[in-house]
Design a protein around this ligand. Structure first.
Ligand code: CP3
Length: 355
């Protein structure tokens, strides 16, 4: 059985799972946030006549789009093709994902009545995502690539629900957080329940790691993060801790939050490009593995510059590991920008694997 080589038992563990667990990987694992999607012509061809949300609920489409970057670049992680608002849609919230804009919520959540209307997610409503995970495991088991499930963290989900869409200042979100803490905590509690259900469906179906995206948590001070967000993200991680899979926690602009984001229960902390990985390790302390952190814009600067930056990230990571980080998973500091040349991503994978 060819898959046996890559089971997490005695033989060889998938490199991403080994790095997350503090074992020595057979090669340095690498994947890219937003690797599945608009930078790939084969993605644009598949999506030409299909809506984003419609695609997310079609298991065969999800499987194919998830596999596209893995086949092309030989990444060590396959990030499930989905979106952070998929579980909200499945819980009955009226929203769409608008090309070029992102999620748009039809009735933004601003009042106590709006919060009370945020319902529960029944697992059956995201059954299609579970079926996609099963299809993917069948494809990926014979390969070195691990399947990564994900969800949006409660704060980032709350920010979309309250603002109604993407935001610059998060003024409405912070107005509820500061102005009506009981209402804020009520909303966050409901989002934790939805997130846990969404992640457990993916884990039950075979997701081998999960990433919690708190993309916009960097808008908060450390004190506000600890008061208004950390207890809820802790509950997400605690309520999936019976699955023995690495839990990755990522946000953008979270240099000041790395330690509390590790403390909520992360096995791996994702770091954006602003803080070098050895410095990130000092801020976090011994324990979690690190993921990151090449600046996505470096991919536009030409081969020589890219090679130099990849080597620097690898060297920073090696120092972090010597100082107590459990391991390193190479990634960008945030998602692949849509205009990125896919061949550049393939070259970065080769560079990381040979570093
Ligand atoms: O390759 C992957 O990473 C897998 C799929 C994935 C998508 N969204 C697909 C997508 C993942 C992991 C996400 C997570 C996500 N969605 C996050 C957290 C990650 C991050 O970038 O911080 C956030 C904040 C969202 C919300 C969202 N959805 C945004 C900001 C956008 C982009 C708007 C735009 O078009 O620039 C979306 C839409 C979206 N999600 C697309 C894809 C492929 C584009 C949809 C399209 O093709 O029109």
């Amino acid at each position: 059985m060819p898959g046996a080589l890559w089971h997490s038992g005695r033989v060889s563990m998938k490199p991403l799972l080994a790095a997350a667990a503090g074992q020595t990987p057979t090669r340095r694992p690498v994947w890219f946030m937003r690797q599945a999607g608009r930078s790939l012509p084969e993605y644009r061809a598949l999506r030409a006549d299909r809506g984003m949300l419609e695609s997310c609920f079609d298991p065969a489409m999800v499987c194919e789009i998830t596999m596209q970057p893995v086949r092309r670049h030989d990444t060590d992680g396959a990030i499930l093709f989905s979106d952070i608002v998929v579980p909200l849609k499945a819980a009955g919230i009226d929203l769409d994902i608008v090309a070029g804009t992102g999620p748009v919520i039809v009735n933004p959540v601003r009042s106590a009545t709006d919060v009370a209307a945020v319902g529960r997610l029944v697992p059956e409503a995201v059954g299609a995502i579970g079926r996609a995970v099963s299809l993917l495991r069948a494809e990926l088991d014979p390969t070195p690539t691990a399947l990564i499930g994900f969800a949006g963290a409660p704060f980032t989900l709350a920010s979309y629900l309250i603002e109604g869409g993407p935001s610059r200042h998060y003024a409405n979100t912070k107005a509820m957080m500061y102005g009506d803490p009981p209402l804020w905590h009520d909303l966050m509690g409901r989002l934790v329940d939805i997130t846990v259900t969404f992640l457990r469906v993916q884990l039950d179906a075979g997701a081998q790691a999960v990433q919690l995206f708190d993309s916009w948590a960097g808008m908060l001070s450390r004190r506000d993060y600890e008061t208004f967000v950390a207890p809820h993200s802790s509950r997400v991680f605690a309520e999936i801790s019976d699955f023995d899979v690495p839990r990755i926690h990522f946000g953008v602009g979270t240099g000041e939050l790395l330690a509390p984001m590790a403390r909520v229960g992360a096995d791996v902390v994702g770091v954006d490009w602003r803080v070098p990985l050895d410095e990130a390790q000092r801020r976090i302390g011994p324990g979690p593995a690190l993921q990151g952190n090449l600046d996505p814009t470096v991919l536009f600067a030409g081969d020589a510059v890219i090679a130099e930056h990849v080597a620097r990230v690898v060297a920073d990571a090696d120092r972090a590991v010597v100082a107590g980080a459990r391991g390193h998973i190479f990634n960008l500091g945030h998602g692949v920008l849509p205009d990125t040349n896919p061949d550049t991503l393939t070259r970065v994978v080769d560079l990381v694997h040979s570093a």
